[in-house]
Design a protein around this ligand. Structure first.
Ligand code: NDP
Length: 288
């Protein structure tokens, strides 16, 4: 495969991806709806495509990085038939149903479809901290992996195109849980005059220590055995969770972030699992 590659979508992330490709020595063609966003990249050596059709014509690998799948579909609408025989790497954040529909539609035009989830912010692109999840056509990944390595570490998850998107959303949900928990905690501490910077001295090492519990929780989740060797049973933890919700209210802090975990813990307790580890809450999440 040649080192010609196209990027469609030059927002914050698309621009970072294009920069990484240029830096790695790829012949990089760029297209963006708002054309002026390509100027800096063109000054750095990128080729400007005047139309989406031209952007597709000149490269075997087409990377999409747009706001959402609606934007991606709208951008490709008239040009999709030109994708026959090309590799499409869609790094647009999407839902599994959207991924399946787009993979099916572009596959129908003869494109090799690879979906991707970017686990990085734009400044991280090209560094060892960035990793990208891919799924879909194995041939597409094999053919493009050297070029894709410019973005960060690549992890190919398998042929099912939704694998990357679901793992991406799962990782983001862990991140938002962390951020939401941190914000709630900082608001609660702030209700007694503790500044965010002061609180950081406790919350950072506390979260780092709690991260070490994840391997044990993972084993329990995979085995379904939440009852063995319990150190911090759910009945005990539920008292703390209920106290957090009540204390938040009395301190004038909206407990909205903590409400769901209290509800899930109470549901598990009502099922008679108070002596189990907190990992058992996942069983209630799975049951619809
Ligand atoms: P931006 O908002 O910076 O850029 C959005 C891009 O989408 C622009 O190129 C914009 O074009 C284009 N676009 C939006 N709607 C349309 C449309 N209807 N037709 C054509 N083009 C359209 O977003 P990012 O670059 O930050 O994000 C892009 C993708 O990368 C998203 O899916 C995001 O989830 C993902 N991502 C972003 C991360 C980040 O930290 N930024 C982290 C991980 C993933 P125009 O310039 O003309 O408006």
């Amino acid at each position: 495969m040649s080192n010609c590659i196209t990027i469609i979508g030059l927002g914050a992330m698309g621009t970072a991806l294009a920069n990484a490709l240029i830096e790695a020595g790829n012949v990089t063609t760029v297209w963006n709806r708002t054309q002026a966003r390509a100027d800096t990249l063109v000054a750095r050596g990128a080729r400007r495509a005047e139309t989406v059709q031209e952007a597709i014509d000149v490269s075997d690998v087409i990377v999409l990085c747009l706001t959402d799948y609606t934007a991606a579909e709208a951008t490709l609408a008239d040009a999709a038939p030109l994708l026959a025989g090309k590799t499409v790497v869609n790094l647009t954040d999407g839902r599994p149903d959207e991924v399946r529909a787009t993979a099916g539609r572009l596959g129908g035009y003869g494109a090799l479809y690879l979906d991707g989830g970017i686990m990085a912010t734009p400044p991280m692109i090209g560094s060892s901290h960035a990793f990208i999840l891919y799924s879909g056509s194995a041939d597409a990944f094999e053919g493009a992996k050297e070029q894709l390595a410019a973005f960060g570490q690549s992890h190919y998850l398998g042929e099912d195109p939704v694998l990357a998107a679901v793992n991406d959303l799962a990782l983001l949900s862990a991140m938002y849980g962390l951020f939401g928990g941190y914000l709630h905690a900082t608001a609660l501490a702030g209700s007694v005059g503790v500044t965010a910077i002061q609180f950081l001295a406790f919350v950072e090492p506390w979260l780092a220590a709690m991260m070490t519990a994840l391997p044990d929780l993972a084993e329990r989740i995979d085995s379904g055995d939440h009852a063995r060797d319990v150190m911090s049973n759910l009945a005990m933890q539920s008292v703390a969770i209920t106290n957090i919700v009540a204390a938040s209210r009395s301190q004038g802090i909206d407990p909205a972030f903590m409400d769901p975990i209290e509800r899930l813990a109470q549901k598990r307790l009502a099922g008679g699992f108070g002596a189990d580890e907190i990992s058992g809450i996942i069983e209630g999440m799975r049951a619809k």
